[in-house]
Write a protein that binds this ligand. Structure first.
Ligand SMILES: Cc1ncc(C[n+]2csc(CCOP(=O)(O)OP(=O)(O)O)c2C)c(N)n1
Length: 659
């Protein structure tokens, strides 16, 4: 025996459960490797030799405590007793799987079994775990959340952001790092330059321990004790599990780059064989029992495999595929009383947010400097005092992690609004927006009840990184909703709807409008529907389509040159009100779209195509798009004003009318 087991206070029953759970995972995997060789499944990431980690952690936690595994953690799924037929269907891309054949292998979650699976980008798991842990704390539930990561993932920014947030917020998260020596072909020595990964916790003010990942008793006992402690005294702990990856990154890639002696050394420390021998010596396990367990597991595997293989191949159903991109939301119109006051755009955002906080007790707001300081635009001024530090949360500078946290909160049943200090900074949270928030409902039915507030736009002399209007980064990603009001009344009613809607909404707020545009706005809470443009003026000569600040530029120029135009303020870009656009263009025969963003690939291009495709016979002239120049946004106002499209809009409009 190459491992020593200290079983002080562990019952025989638990010892056998640990053994059987590892065995079950190993036997399933061996069968999968066989099927892979027979070409019956397509890809496999082996966790052979690492079973003690998945199994030990899973059994050390309560069944209703969330675990967020990675691609080598079959033992988490099998130990949580996920029905094997469903698991096999998942791997075969069948309908009975957890993703309705929409995603592969371990890329799924199941709230029934308290498991949240990974996305391919690996690191986001860590931030999602923070969200789940925060959700538990907010609900006063003393639960631990465990999240897995390989040593390779510890190089991702997500890892560092997640540890930092968890430590600052005292979140009861177990960061379980499986240091298996290699990230694909890259050895640990080329991945990080500290002695142990456990050292990384120090910089974040976090405790850490190192565990022999092949020793099931050490894994189970350590995790059990730490979990018990952090349930009472919430805080994160990093556990580094030393182990090895015995097979290729995935089966096809092999292990040529791993020294033979290293594999031999670890083979002698095999987690199952050593434990089995120990249990025999201790008289906990007999040969008969072993044979019985194995044959039971093998027939369970074969029966369930048969079910999965017998299941027919999935067929394409358009309405089901498109129907799952967003979670169903039945808009409820809430009409306000008659009392109004004349307020600025910025005040309506603040009012809408405050009233939504009063209405939804499960709503959390997060962002940089939003608490005591009130946010850089002072939109949340006074919120901290009124709603308290649990619900109004200052965050470190880490957009990615906070957006991942918001997704975790959503799984836990909380709504959240994240204030991006400037919409430009969504760039550092891009991955979780377009891959996690946008795709999870489609992939495994988990909605993202998250609103991202996006102060945006130029005209304020703020240069390339504080002036962008980056809605087009998101309008092209199915699964996201994109709202972009131009008036205070709309801003409030659309913001409250964004918060009611259980889908991820990017809510663009143009900074130049914040303090320059006033309107009579109801004092009460009210909602306005998405996907309904507003027709600001009616005319016969041309249809002018815009949104955000562009609406105000168009209104001004059209008033100056005094023409008779339909002016459409889109209000929301995804969903887009094509009905109003087409009806107007069919009437006027001419369309011009004004967009603040630079031209190529912006929403104006899509609207133009839609008009051509749907209204061609009604057009008296080609559709015009007017937008900013194809360059970054410059600082000085002489440059910025020429970058922006106002001056070109008038010329293009006159041209269109003359055509
Ligand atoms: C953001 C991102 N970059 C690269 C990859 C490709 N990739 C998949 S797994 C992997 C190695 C991960 O290594 P590690 O975290 O040590 O986990 P292990 O596979 O060893 O269990 C890489 C580079 C990816 N999936 N996502």
């Amino acid at each position: 025996m190459d491992l020593e087991f200290n079983i002080d206070k562990i019952s025989g029953e638990i010892l056998l459960t640990l053994y059987k759970s590892m065995l079950r995972s190993r036997l399933i995997e061996e069968k999968m490797l066989l099927l892979l060789r027979q070409g019956k499944i397509s890809k496999w990431f082996s966790g052979i030799g690492q079973e003690a980690i998945s199994v030990g952690i899973t059994l050390a936690l309560e069944e209703d405590e969330y675990i967020l595994p990675m691609h080598r953690n079959l033992g988490v799924f099998t130990t949580r007793k996920i029905p094997l037929d469903k698991l096999f269907s998942q791997w075969q891309g069948k309908l009975n799987g957890f993703t309705k054949a929409r995603d592969r292998s371990f890329h799924f979650g199941t709230n029934k079994y308290h498991i949240v699976g990974m996305i391919s980008h690996l690191g986001p798991q860590l931030g999602v775990a923070n969200g789940l842990a925060l959700s538990n704390l907010l609900k006063n539930e003393n639960k631990v959340t465990a999240v897995f990561s390989g040593e390779g993932v510890t190089s991702e920014g997500d890892f560092h952001e997640a540890l930092n947030v968890a430590s600052i917020w005292n979140l009861p998260v177990l960061f379980c790092i499986e240091n298996n020596g290699y990230g694909l072909s890259t050895p640990s020595s080329a991945q990080f330059n500290c002695k142990d990964i456990a050292d990384k916790a120090v910089g974040y003010g976090m405790e850490s321990v190192i565990v022999d990942g092949n020793n099931i008793i050490e894994v189970y006992s350590t995790v059990y004790k730490i979990a018990r402690d952090i349930r009472k005294n919430p805080r994160p702990v990093l556990i580094e599990f030393k182990t090895i990856r015995m097979r290729g990154h995935e089966e096809a890639s092999g292990t040529k780059y791993v020294p033979k002696e290293l594999l031999e050394h670890w083979a002698s420390k095999d987690s199952i064989e050593n434990f089995q021998e120990f249990l025999r010596v201790e008289n906990v396990l007999t040969e008969e029992m072993e044979v019985k367990y194995k044959s039971r597991i093998v027939s369970e595997i074969n029966d369930n495999l048969k079910k999965a293989f017998d299941e027919s191949e999935v067929s394409f159903d358009l309405s089901s595929e498109l129907g799952d991109v967003y979670k169903n939301f039945h808009f409820q119109k809430i009409t306000p009383g008659n009392k109004t006051s004349r307020i600025r755009f910025i005040d309506t955002i603040s009012d809408g947010l405050r009233q939504a906080m009063e209405k939804h007790e499960n709503l959390i707001i997060m962002g940089q400097d939003i608490a005591e300081y009130g946010g850089v635009f002072k939109i949340t001024d006074g919120f901290f005092k009124k709603f308290g530090k649990k619900r109004v949360r200052n965050t470190p500078v880490c957009e990615s992690s906070i957006i991942e946290t918001a997704f975790g909160l959503s799984i836990g049943g909380q709504k959240s609004v994240v204030e991006l200090q400037f919409s430009d900074f969504a760039a550092t949270g891009f991955n979780p927006i377009v891959n996690l928030l946008a795709k999870s409902n489609y992939r495994w039915g988990q909605n993202s009840d998250v609103v991202l507030r996006m102060p945006c736009g130029a005209g304020v002399g703020a240069g390339p990184f504080h002036s962008q209007t980056n809605e087009a980064w998101f309008t092209k990603t199915p699964g996201l909703k994109v709202v972009y009001p131009a008036f205070p009344y709309d801003a409030k009613g659309l913001l409250t709807t964004a918060i009611e809607d259980p889908n991820p909404v990017l809510f663009f707020e143009h900074k130049q409008l914040y303090r320059s545009i006033y309107q009579e706005v109801p004092e009460d809470y009210y909602t306005l529907p998405f996907g309904k443009a507003s027709l600001l003026s009616k005319g016969e000569m041309v249809t002018v389509i815009s949104y955000g600040a562009g609406v105000h530029w168009a209104l001004k120029i059209i008033k100056e040159i005094d023409i008779d135009a339909d002016i459409i303020d889109l209000r929301s870009l995804q969903p887009l009100d094509t009905e109003t656009i087409f009806a107007s263009v069919k009437k006027t025969g001419r369309a011009i779209i004004l967009q603040e963003d630079s031209l190529f690939g912006g929403i104006a291009s899509d609207i133009s195509s839609l008009i051509m495709e749907n209204c061609f016979e009604y057009l008296d002239a080609p559709v015009k798009r007017v937008a900013s120049l194809e360059m970054p946004i410059p600082l000085a106002s002489a440059l910025e004003s020429n970058y922006l499209p106002q001056s070109r809009f008038e010329i293009e409009l006159q041209d269109l009318l003359k055509y």
